[in-house]
Design a protein. Structure first.
Length: 506
């Protein structure tokens, strides 16, 4: 039991809080490095890792404040406010104490900018966050120069462990930083920002454009407004509003832990619609484009083992999933293409993940991939790519294990068992009749119900509505029917009903 009448008690608390604070600070930095380097990051619940990082840093700050507060209360050293807050104000070991004070103010700055990060440009708060490494050095020097326990075996053991751990964390961070590409400069003049942006959207600037071969390009977009809340998970996509009046959806291929860096891999299909051609020809570094907030119709669910299968540009959502996986999770990637030029980021994937990645380039191997031999029997399969690949997988993998994202609509025909049906809209109380020849979404719109829609062909997922009662007949291509039923949603732009009545949350 602590006896607060004992004059030694404050001195004891000063030393104890200093050591615990040092341990927690080191843990905070190590945790941050583990997060940044993806050694600790769970697809299952990535949020708790970040929250834990914040809690540990908050505890470290509480210990430092305790250390400073008890110094004020200790009679032996008789510090005043200026001695603990102003560098070189004290006559007691001024240099060593100043190191601790500099560390304290740096911690305050890091904490404030971390708590206000969503209102600050990334470069500001992330730059200030790097001060954490300086803090660890300052605290180590402060402790070594002014600590009264220096030289005792326990102090020597703890400080050696802490200094070694922090040094290793710093080295890991430096190695990772050296691999990161420098931010691209915006070279081109900015397009007009006077476009009207609805609340669900934002303007973003192209910060880099990297071309791969003749038809592939990777774009990185950054939101112009730092107050835009961007949170998305692996598998999400972004809707772009193109200058030619079209809307197009593209999967986000970046790291969900860096949600403001929106990376898109886009294949120029030279198609009739002209969406991807417009993007390739018109978007360059510095261009501004209107986007909708990310949406996710291809979520990664927790599983013991994953097999990812992609062809061509279908690697984009898979890449964001690989970023999200915990280090210990068992997975493999089968990446298919006709030629190496049809692949995006193949070298990067092999370099990062080694044997877990199998590239199957038909032209080099002399044959197409024998999917029936390559599919793993006990893994959840996540696939994105050409219609041929996804159709083949649907024949080979049980629906419960297969999760797909399609770019092109499947040809799906109603079984015709229920031709006309009624929709009860639970919120508005309206009842809508959908005739045999009527499109479900159009019937809802004619009844005055607001349903967002974009592609109107069952691929983008914008028109998603919740099904409360009844059984929809899924005719869309957004995700597997099993996943839609698990989530209790349908896409009325192409889908219908298998029961005479459907109750939708509208
Ligand atoms: S509007 Fe695109 S899926 Fe319905």
């Amino acid at each position: 039991m602590l006896n607060f009448q004992d004059p030694q008690v404050w001195w004891f608390l000063t030393r104890a809080s200093a050591m615990v604070g040092w341990v927690l600070l080191t843990l905070t930095v190590v945790w941050g490095v583990l997060l940044k380097t993806r050694i600790l990051r769970g697809a299952d619940n990535p949020e708790w890792l970040t929250v834990t990082h914040r809690y540990i840093s908050g505890l470290a700050l509480a210990m430092i404040l305790t250390h400073m507060g008890t110094l004020l209360l200790d009679e032996y050293i008789s510090f005043g406010w200026a001695d603990i807050l102003v560098p070189f104000a004290t006559s007691f070991e001024p240099f060593a104490v100043a190191l601790g004070i500099f560390a304290f103010w740096a911690i305050i700055l890091v904490q404030i900018t971390a708590l206000t990060a969503k209102w600050l440009p990334d470069v500001v708060w992330k730059g200030i966050h790097l001060l954490s490494y300086a803090v660890i050095v300052l605290v180590g020097l402060h402790s070594g120069l002014v600590g009264t326990d220096v030289g005792t075996p326990w102090y020597t053991a703890i400080s050696l462990v802490l200094i070694t751990t922090a040094t290793l964390a710093g080295i890991v961070r430096l190695v990772i930083a050296s691999r990161e590409k420098p931010a691209a400069r915006a070279l081109a003049p900015k397009a007009s920002e006077s476009q009207e942006v609805p609340p669900s959207g934002f303007l973003a600037t192209v910060s880099s454009k990297l071309t791969h071969g003749k038809n592939l390009a990777e774009f990185t977009l950054q939101p112009n407004d730092s107050s835009v809340e961007l949170e998305w998970e692996a598998g999400a996509h972004l809707t772009l509003h193109l200058g030619n009046g079209l809307e197009r959806q593209y999967s986000l291929s970046g790291d969900p832990a860096e949600p403001r860096s929106l990376k898109l891999g886009i294949l120029n299909t030279h198609g009739e619609g002209g969406g991807s051609s417009w993007i390739h020809e018109s978007l360059r570094e510095g261009s501004v484009i209107r986007c909708d907030l990310p949406r996710n119709h291809f979520p990664l669910k927790p599983a013991k083992k994953y097999q990812f299968i992609a062809s061509g540009v279908g690697i984009t959502p898979i890449r964001s999933m690989l970023h999200s996986l915990p280090a210990s999770r068992e997975w493999s990637l089968l990446y298919l293409a006709r030629t190496r030029e049809d692949m995006l980021l193949a070298d990067e994937l092999v370099e990062h993940y080694g044997d877990q990645v199998t590239l199957w380039i038909s032209e080099e191997r002399g044959s197409r991939a024998p999917l029936d031999e390559l599919i793993e029997s006990n893994a959840e399969v996540y696939a994105c790519g050409s219609p041929g690949l996804l159709n083949a997988l649907e024949q080979l993998v049980a629906p419960k294990r297969l999760h797909v994202e399609r770019f092109e609509p499947q040809v799906r025909i109603s079984n015709g068992r229920v031709t006309a049906f009624e929709i009860h809209a639970s919120r508005s109380g309206k009842t809508i009749s959908v005739g045999g020849q009527t499109n479900t979404l159009e019937a809802l719109e004619e009844a005055g119900l607001e349903v967002s829609a974009s592609c109107r062909r069952g691929t983008c997922g914008t028109c998603e509505v919740r099904v409360l009662e009844g059984t929809p007949e899924h005719l869309d291509s957004v995700m597997s029917d099993a996943d839609k039923d698990d989530l209790g949603v349908m896409y009325p732009c192409v889908s219908r009903s298998q029961t005479p009545q459907l109750t939708l949350e509208l």
